[in-house]
Every structure is written in structure tokens, then in C-alpha cells.
Ligand binder design. Sequence first.
Ligand code: 6DK
Ligand code: ZN
Length: 397
Amino acid sequence: DSAGSSQEKLVSTHHPFTTGLAYDNLMLKHQCVCGENSHHPEHGGRLQSIWARLHETGLVAQCERVKARKASFNEIQACHSEAYTMLFGTNPLNRQKLDLNKLDLPVKNFVRLPCGGVGVDLDTIWNELHTAGAARMAAGCVTELSLKVATREVKNGFAVVRPPGHHAESQQAMGFCFFNSLAIAARQLQQKLKVEKILIVDWDVHHGNGLQQIFYDDPQVLYISLHRHDDGNFFPGTGGLQEVGTGDGVGFNVNIPWAGGLNPPMGDAEYIAAFRSIVIPIAQEFDPEIVLVAAGFDAAQGHPPQLGGYNISPACFGFLTKQLMQLAKGKVVMALEGGYDLPAICDCSQMCVATLLGETSCSLTDEEIVRHPHQVAVDVLKRVISIQVSHWPNIRR
Ligand code: 6DK
Ligand code: ZN
């Protein structure tokens, strides 16, 4: 009968309402022309190992794969200048059609790296043939996933993407980043879906100077970053306490800049305390329609001092994910940023995706739950509170 068959049709064509995943192996092609990964911690093996782990653990099968696509030039230009977009968004084949001399290029000089490759600086390797496609794919994947979460086609989402984006400013590639994927996604949420309040939480161990710059005067995008700062002595050096936004955006930029180097390194108790005392109270007061996470895992245990040196456990990342899922009716989109220790980033990604799917059992160790945050961390949190309390009265205790 017709009722039965239309029911069947519904069942067979309708996707389950679940976590969205975005990934495409085009992003593996961004690699140094020296052909060697050892000098370059941000390599394709990161994505391959995370994607393999999500497969092996059955998580991919429980999620819905969201269409992977490159960001359009128009989408990119909502955050980056036209000349910058063309410089890093086209490969030489297309570029011949452009008159490069007509463009006022922000970067004219690439550097020859000691390894024999080419970069925009010593960190940020550039592949003339493949960087453009990979960077556009990363931005497009994060954008597509964010739109699908905002329109409730998927419950929440995780984007396994590279190159990373949070350091990319409107006219500056740096710190392994070319296009600011999360910023591009946020602008599309504003322009295409009229989303009025977007929270971006950045827990990569490095400050997201690009995200801060792009939204510095925008009161509709609240940027909150936790990062190793050491009074400006840790890359990229920005992200101090006093950087609170400008113009209408004053109060909509919140930095939690850890200090004190690695004596002792920050761990779960410090991040949990920061969430409890600052991130969650401010987020609740802001009341976002969607939460985007710059989900770098380089604060995880297993990273050498130069690339983080902190001790966050995979379970803690799951716990932080669960906290964010209490906001914005659960609309949380996570995009990979940094993270260089392969076992650690696999463990952390697995924990976050499992938590997004609704798994409740993330086993933080009792020691970390009961441990008091280190005094250096408490001092940082107190200073952040004293600066932000005029913008967010909710954090007064
Ligand atoms: N360079 C990031 O994790 C990028 O925030 C971090 C960029 C750090 C640049 C300085 C640095 C090295 C270190 C070791 C070896 C080579 C280069 F953007 C993200 F990927 F998310 O530590
Ligand atoms: Zn980082």
C-alpha cells in the first residue's frame, strides 16, 4: 500500500540525525616540495592517522559524511583580501589567466627553506601545485559542515582538515596557515543564514591571532582562546589579557593567556577551572546560536616543549566538548587546527567525536578532577576575570 511504501522510502532515503564528519584526501597533497616530513610537523600523516582511527573505532560508521568541497573565492574573500585570495587560492595553471602584476600582492617574496623547499616563512611550507586546493578544501569542508549544523541537517560536527587556519589573518599567511577556515565558515553563517551570535572557542595551544584579528571589531562573534602565552614569548606572541576587542567589538574577545612556562605545565585541572570560571559563564551570558571550536590538540600530553609542552588528557578534551554541547542547543562544530603527536591527536579526536555522538563515559581521572589548579593558573584566571567582568557580569563570583 502507498502508506507503507512511502514510509519505506522515507526510511531508506532519510539520513539519521547524527554527527557530521568532513574529510577529503585532497588535503594530504599540501606537502613540502623537499618531500620530507621530519622538519615539518604539520603533515598529511596527521589527517591519515586520525581518519584511520575514526574508521577503526567504528565512529565513521556512526556519523554522517558531509560533502567535501573547496571554498569559493567569494567565500574566502569574506575574510581575506582579493589579492591574497588569488595568490593562495589559485595554482599556476589558473594563475596564468590572472594578471598577477595587476594585483597588489601582500606577499611577494617566498623563502627558500633550509630543507630545499619553499615557504611563505620558515614554518609555513608552500606547494605551488597543491597548497591552494588543500587550503580551499579545508575552508570549504568547515564551511559546509557549519552550515549543515546550523540548519540542523546534522546534530553537530567534526572536520578533519589541514592546512590549519587560525593564524591566517586577512592578508597574512603564517604558522602553517593560509586561509582561516573557521573565520570563513563564521562569515558564511552570518551572510547565508543570518546567524547573529557565534561563539568561537580556540583550545589550540597557540593563540589564534587570525581569528582574533578578523573578528576584533565584530560583536556578533565572540572569540575565546586558551593558549600558552608566557608574556608574549610563545608563538605567535599575541593574545594578551588586555586584547578585548575594538569599537563595537569591545568585550567580544577573551584571551586566557597561560603564563609561567612549563614550571609546571598546564594540565586538565587548569583547563577545567578555566572552563568553569570563565569560558562557560561568559558563553552562557552571550547565549550563542552556534559554537565553533578551533580544535587543535597540541595542548595534549605527548607534545614536546616547543610545540606545547602541556599535559591535557584525551578524556579532558571529551569533557570540554561535553561542556560546550550544553550551549547553543548542542550545535557544536569542531575543526582540527594543530596537534602533532600522532597517537595523542588520534586519542583526542576519538574522544571528541565519541562525545559529539553522545557517548557520556569520558573517564577523567579522579586526581585531575579533584586536583586544584596551579597557583600560576589561578593568578591568570583572576586577572582575566578582573578585566572581563565589566563586559560579562556573570563571571563575578
Ligand atoms: N615552528 C598551530 O598549531 C600552528 O597553531 C603552530 C605554528 C607554530 C610555529 C612555530 C613553531 C616549528 C616547530 C617545530 C618544527 C618546525 C616548526 F595552526 C596550528 F596548526 F593550529 O613552533
Ligand atoms: Zn597550535
